[in-house]
Design a protein around this ligand. Structure first.
Ligand code: DC
Length: 227
């Protein structure tokens, strides 16, 4: 059990295009939990930074903006930033280009991690996906998973999601972000201690979700919150 034993938490980390979002959403449904896309929160901050003409590397200005920003994540994937619907805009190439820089801001990370823990507490647990869930946000999660897939498969998946960008350009952006996210100073992407690695390259979504349900049953035979 995570934290004080009253939360049921599944932590899913991995690089872009590894299947995290789809798998996390489906797993949450299967377990009757809610799902949190923490990458969308870093994207929401980046969207606001760009919209207000703040330089992504202006550490203090970016941190202050993040600390005051209202971010609302709907169960249907909708993202409201200070009340404005930015569901599509947070996935734009411009936001994708700048988000790693914003995510390397220590104060931004502290603020968003604290909101992620509060979100989880309010719901009695959840399936959280990102880059640092099993290593920083919930190191004592009931199940920690590191999802991965070959670079070619990941680029193809992301290109299908963003139809106006070529697969080559998506592959270049993914390679650049992988390098930045895993080499950055603050909470880099890495496999958390105790995380189970699942390579999704040749698996269907159902196969991955079934595998995770089984792993959770083994890791946490009680299968639910304890309080
Ligand atoms: O999952 P995504 O590609 O939408 O995430 C966008 C960026 O946010 C990614 O490049 C790294 C960052 N991120 C992070 O640093 N920590 C998280 N928990 C989630 C995302």
């Amino acid at each position: 059990m995570a934290e004080d034993g009253s939360l049921l938490v599944v932590a899913i980390d991995g690089p872009a295009g590894s299947g995290k979002s789809t798998v996390a959403r489906r797993l949450a449904d299967a377990l009757g939990l809610q799902y949190l896309d923490t990458g969308a929160m870093y994207r929401a901050v980046t969207f606001a930074v760009l919209a207000r003409g703040v330089e992504p590397d202006a550490e203090e200005a970016v941190a202050e903006l993040a600390e005051a920003l209202k971010i609302e994540l709907g169960a249907d994937g909708a993202v409201l930033v200070d009340g404005v619907d930015a569901t599509t805009e947070i996935r734009s190439p411009e936001v994708s280009r700048c988000v790693s820089e914003v995510a390397n801001n220590q104060r931004v990370r502290r603020e968003l991690v604290s909101r992620q823990r509060e979100w989880t507490r309010q719901r009695g647990g959840g399936v959280l996906e990102g880059r640092d869930i099993g290593s920083v946000v919930y190191p004592d999660a009931d199940l920690k998973v590191y999802l991965t897939a070959s670079p070619e498969v990941r680029a193809r998946r992301r290109a299908l999601e963003t139809s106006d960008v070529s697969e080559e350009s998506v592959a270049r952006d993914l390679a650049r972000r992988d390098a930045y996210d895993s080499q950055r100073v603050n909470d880099p992407l890495r496999q958390a201690d105790g995380a189970v690695t699942v390579d999704t390259s040749d698996l269907t979504i159902d196969q991955v979700v079934n595998r995770l349900v089984e792993l959770l049953r083994v890791a946490d035979p009680g299968g639910g919150p304890t309080d």
